[in-house]
Design a protein around this ligand. Sequence first.
Ligand code: ATP
Ligand code: MG
Length: 332
Amino acid sequence: MAKTVTLIHGDGIGPEVISVAKKIIDASGANIEWEEVNAGESVLDKYKTPLPDYVIESIKKNKVALKGPITTPVGGGFRSVNVALRQTLNLYANVRPIKSYEGIYCLHKNVDFIIVRENTEGLYAGIEHMVGDDAAESIKVITKKASNKIVKFAFELAKKDTRKKVTAVHKANIMKLSDGLFLRCFKNIANEYNNIISEDVIVDAMSMKLVQTPQNYDVIVAPNLYGDILSDMAAGLVGGLGLAPGANIGDEIAVFEPVHGTAPDIAGKNLANPISAILSSIMMLKHIDEYEAALKIENAISKVFKKNSKLTKDLGGNLGTKEFAQEIIKNI
Ligand code: ATP
Ligand code: MG
């Protein structure tokens, strides 16, 4: 029986990269039926919200979604739609694989690690207020429950993916209570996994080490904001945001989306690199046990990369989004 997957095109470059990702998945022979729902700017006037209930309902029903980035309207009291979706569906783990590819220029060779970012609290808890006119406070929330959950997820991922080490990132020397709690949870749970090496690194030192010796890392687990910043930096290490896939995972529901945003500067110009959306699709296919289809697309990508001449502009090539996707389809 075909698996139904919710498809959300999103805003900016979203529709361009998601529509070619869908074409490529369909070409791979995966047994999927799409349920397309709109969110973001295109529905804002009609529903007065960029995230109407039917979007949430569709994802809750199908349990799996592939989505493009969505613009958060400025003003009007809207919080980030992407963040709202993660919190509403309790997608507590944000999984971002970082990998260097043969044929793609990048700062380091043989990079292959996964960032697991806590997705529901930290400085993204959304508790912010002015104190009078001249000061503002943002509250950072760290709970034992969410910390245990994300750390456990990271170790389980390491086990499943036969990885050797999990590194926790924190700033517990300064934020002794909040990051201190996260670190304690990490150390407790690490004790349950004797076959996996565990270590913890302070976020500033980690920034240097990741740039110098990214090959030393396997699975990295971090509270929300550190995970956010490190994953954009890590994407830069291996060729940029156009290459970075992501998944938001909860206990039952998973939403796959590229790490990049709507990139308004290149939207609608057939310039966007669809690789992050395509790699997110591969993660989605593996999640629903469509391994054969996933492998076919993986192989096609590495063939195209090795040729090195057929790339999008951000990677030094001259192909448009559609032409590049066509190149991949030819190699499936
Ligand atoms: P948002 O507010 O939605 O995050 P943004 O302005 O931060 O939007 P990003 O999408 O995060 O934009 O992109 C940051 C930069 O990286 C932009 O200059 C954009 O052109 C580039 N970029 C992002 N994604 C891609 C992509 N898929 N292909 C090529 N360039 C990209
Ligand atoms: Mg951005």
